[in-house]
Design a protein around this ligand. Structure first.
Ligand code: UD1
Length: 425
């Protein structure tokens, strides 16, 4: 099984191209089920999760073809065509690999009036139920049964517009209901909806397909159902989590890196904290420039939250930075329970971190030490690579298949800016 080997101590210099956003790409792929016309998605990242979603869609009868994306910095182009012959069952074998598979429920129910989807798997970060999705579709008139690990949903007369308030601004549930509501009868109002940039990206694509949606980026999204949607060509937004990860990497290792394609507005909360911690971040005409000279990072406190607050998907990476900061940082995780699985691994590298409930107290140490460590989930595993950049000696990160789910050509991107990161067998 592949491993990542990192030798710490190199400063970073140069530029890193930011790929298309995984969390937007997967939902846009699912949305192609909403139309019988061909769709083209460009700026697609080359990731294991995208390949899983392509397999899932093929299993549903969708034609999926991809081209390009073979060079660093070049996105792939996907042509997807759901046509008329689409199956409505998503089997356990595919869905268990990735929670985002559950996002096909809305489009299938909306267009075909039925769907049978295995309950999802994905990263083991907390319980991650799908109760908001189910309650929302029930409010839209669907009948939902749970049997043998499957969600069996039907709406023979189609989905009906409704007003639904999410108990928590869930990204997946907002997107699933939004893709159901675009073909429903009448008006759907989603309250306490997710405002995440990827949710907005999906909404913008749906609008180009002919959907009537207003309020994207606010807590109240209003959708007026239409009869049918058309196919379009749509470019996936740049990945803000990837951009944020390389920004934090530069803060950890020191040096100066331009993140080509990064959007400052999508990671405002991170940029503010990086600046407080002593890193310079500036917008350039191509993206963002991140610079830290020899001065030790300063400890700052972080609370994760829904957009525009600090993203939970950057919490582990920021903790790696705080592990070598000057002072004590308090990091509170409010979105997911049990999302501190990287802590025991960072401790193996000499970090000083205590966890009580949803709060991690990180006392910065002057230097981490390389060690063999284990990747536990997608974002946790990249935080170990980041910590290794500042550590003395060699770190081997095991179980890197987690990294391949969400970070395209990680070792190539790091090597291009002078880090010693390589994939070994
Ligand atoms: C998405 C992202 C993930 C990110 C997360 C939060 C994708 C593919 N994944 O995950 O990278 O970390 O948003 O920004 O886009 N919840 C329920 N019931 C539900 C749905 C959610 O209790 O029906 C809870 C979850 O357990 C969690 C919280 O709500 O504690 C947020 O989850 P949600 O926003 O739905 O995350 P995902 O869409 O799974």
């Amino acid at each position: 099984m592949d491993k990542i080997r990192v030798i710490g101590g190199s400063r970073l210099k140069g530029e890193i191209p930011i790929s298309g956003a995984k969390n937007a790409a997967l939902k846009l792929m699912a949305a192609t089920l909403l139309t019988d016309q061909p769709m083209t998605l460009t700026n697609m990242p080359n990731l294991a999760d995208v390949a899983f979603m392509a397999d899932l869609l093929r299993g549903l009868g969708v034609s999926v073809r991809s081209e390009g994306g073979n060079r660093l910095g070049e996105g792939a182009r996907y042509r997807l065509h759901a046509g008329t012959a689409v199956h409505t069952t998503a089997e356990y074998d595919v869905v268990r690999k990735m929670r985002a598979s559950f996002q096909v429920l809305g489009p299938l129910l909306a267009r075909h009036g039925k769907a049978k989807i295995s309950l999802p798997g994905g990263c083991a970060i907390g319980a991650r139920p799908v109760d908001f999705h189910i309650k929302g579709f029930e409010a839209m008139g669907a009948r939902i049964d749970l049997a043998d690990g499957y969600v069996i949903a039907s709406a023979p007369a189609g989905l009906k517009g409704t007003t639904f308030e999410f108990p928590f601004a869930s990204v997946g549930a907002t997107e699933n209901l939004m893709t159901g509501a675009v073909l429903a009868k009448g008006r759907t109002v989603l309250k306490n909806a997710a405002r995440e940039p990827e949710t907005q990206d999906l909404g913008h694509c749906l609008i180009e397909m002919g959907a009537k949606i207003s309020g994207l980026g606010t807590s109240e999204i209003v959708i007026d159902g239409v009869e049918a949607l058309n196919g379009v060509t749509y470019a996936v937004m740049p990945d803000r989590i990837e951009a944020g990860t390389y920004a934090i990497a530069t803060a950890i290792a020191g040096g100066e890196v331009e993140l080509v394609g990064a959007q400052a507005s999508a990671i405002g909360a991170l940029i503010a904290l990086l600046r407080q911690a002593g890193t310079e971040v500036q917008e350039t005409n191509r993206g963002l420039s991140v610079h830290r000279n020899g001065v030790c990072p300063t400890a700052v406190d972080v609370n994760t939250g829904v957009f525009p607050a600090f993203p939970t998907d950057l919490q582990a990476q920021f903790m790696a930075l705080m592990a070598t900061a000057d002072g004590t940082s308090h990091i509170r995780e409010t979105v997911f329970e049990n999302r501190f699985m990287h802590v025991p691994e960072l401790l193996r590298m000499g970090a000083d971190i205590k966890v009580e409930g949803d709060l991690a107290t990180v006392r910065g140490v002057p230097r981490l030490k390389g060690a063999p460590v284990m990747a536990t989930d997608l974002r946790a595993s990249v935080s170990l690579v980041l910590a290794a950049l500042a550590a003395e000696g060699e770190t081997i990160v095991n179980r890197v298949y987690h990294l391949d789910r969400g970070f395209e050509r990680l070792e190539e991107k790091f090597s291009a800016v002078g880090a010693q990161v390589e994939r070994i067998q």
